[in-house]
Unconditional design. Sequence first.
Length: 406
Amino acid sequence: MSKFDIDKVRSDFPIFNDKTLVYLDSAATSQKPMQVIDAVSNFYSNYNANVHRGIYELSMKATEAYHSARQKVAEFINASDWRSIVFTGGTTESINLVAYSWARKNLNKGDEILITEMEHHSNIVPWQLVAEETGALLKYIPINTDGTLDLSNIDELINDRTKLVSIIHQSNVFGTINPIKNIINRAKVVNALTFIDAAQSIPHSRIDVQDLDCDFLAFSGHKMLGPTGIGVLYGKTELLDSMAPFMGGGDMINSVTMSESTWNDIPYKFEAGTPNIAQAIGLGAAIDYLNEVGLTNIHDYVKHLLKIALKKFQTIDGLTVYGHQVGENSSVISFNLEGVHPHDLAQFLDQDGVAVRAGHHCAQPIMDKLGVSSTIRASFYLYNTIEEIDKLCNSLTNTAKFFRGL
Ligand SMILES: Cc1ncc(COP(=O)(O)O)c(C=O)c1O
């Protein structure tokens, strides 16, 4: 932990000026360091202008900063070409973009889309809509109750009819890190396209799209220290080139006549209208920050926190952790406390200043599998501390005592 200075990290996040806050909901959205807040504020204060439109200095400066953010994203995920990076509003929009622009145009009755029972709703519902419209079949890789994928039938699930395999990299409920490279390799055997939902993994681990060789990958800026309203769709250039536009409007066209339009080059073809300029610049600053602290340092530190939290949880009577028994896990622990409804528990924790998430975490198929309606989720990031884990555990113990009349 020598290269990682937690006091310095915490001092970068103005929200922690409130010393009573124990923020354990980073899987929902991360807090923002001053460097990101400053980058956004600097844009609005000093060079706010629309991009790609003005032949004046301010607009050129804004355009340059917007483009530089795109290049930072490309480097961050080792994309060989900045044109592979489409800015969207977030992971949800990125998935919908592919569902509309690729899947609806290319899938037919009898084709199969394969996802898993571990997906966030944003990687289920768009494919259900596609299946309904095209007659394609939506299939699921099952999960085990230990929070891992059941890959025993993978050779049957990925078959000649499979046209798309879309998989969550890291579970937002269990923290499980899925063996996506193996699944991508298996999909290649039948020429199925692959889509990786990296919303939870990218804040914690180095992703190399060339090494993974996936066709698409999506993530959200707000979970990786960046602003809300900005996300990324990575796509192989030849695929993006071949796809129809998602939304029509300004900037995504080459020419417009009364009878027809032609499309701009990628990635602009998919960025209709004024883009989220300030948010993209903020995402670029978040990437700078993550690079400076070091993703490996962050990964190791969060793993250390997770290990401590899991050990302390074992001492709390009636606490059930979901997952984390086998395989690789990261940053998220879902659990329930016997005799206390998750929503009540979250409220009691909140009274002690501890912010956790209670609910189905937009993953109702997992809740069905576990036989629960909801869980509590504590998620950790680079600014959390061991003292905060102690506060969480004390609050859990006191709440359990209260509800059990002890
Ligand atoms: C695994 C996963 N995928 C997708 C999403 C959707 O992200 P967004 O709401 O930023 O579009 C989330 C958000 O929690 C997530 O955890």
